[in-house]
Ligand binder design. Structure first.
Ligand SMILES: *[C@@H]1O[C@H](CO)[C@@H](O)[C@H](O)[C@H]1NC(C)=O
Length: 152
């Protein structure tokens, strides 16, 4: 029995030992296009949050994590299904999509590359944006503030 307890204790320790590029959580960084786009490069602005990036971070910082060495630097995305979803939900509001995606992957992706390869990283961003629909979360507050304004 005590052997079993000991082995459970050791297993927990192994999981908790930090590796060089461990992170505590993934931050889904979103942007509100009308406040980012200069309106000439990306017009009309989408009236929905778009993805800026998925940033692996630690509670105690630094924020962001320093760029972590990548095993696989960015390769332009060619999968048509992934591409069409990224163009809608993860566009560069100020220039080239490929530059933006490469920047996000090369700067942040390496910190979680052991878990999410490049394809999985971008699919994860899309999945998180759908799962946590910030626009819907804010909608009740927007309606409330609209009502308060019109009441005065
Ligand atoms: C990422 O991992 C998945 C699942 O193992 C694999 O099917 C896919 O080919 C990998 N993609 C890249 C770009 O390495």
């Amino acid at each position: 029995m005590s052997n079993l307890k000991l082995s459970i204790f050791i297993a927990i320790l192994l999981v908790a030992v930090p590796t060089a590029f461990s992170y505590d959580y993934l931050k889904l960084a979103l942007q509100w296009p009308p406040t980012v786009s200069d309106q000439t490069q990306f017009y009309p602005s989408p009236m929905d949050f778009t993805i800026h990036g998925v940033w692996p971070e630690n509670f105690l910082g630094p924020w962001p994590l320093p760029p972590c060495p990548l095993q696989n630097p960015y390769v332009p995305i060619t999968d048509p299904n992934l591409l069409s979803r990224l163009q809608v939900s993860w566009p560069n509001l100020l220039g080239s999509n490929d530059w933006f995606w490469g920047h996000e992957w090369n700067k942040h992706g390496g910190c979680s590359e052991a878990v999410y390869n490049q394809t999985q990283y971008f699919a994860l961003g899309l999945e998180l944006k759908d799962r946590y629909n910030v626009q819907n979360m804010l909608a009740p507050m927007m309606r409330l503030s609209g009502r308060l304004c019109s009441d005065t």
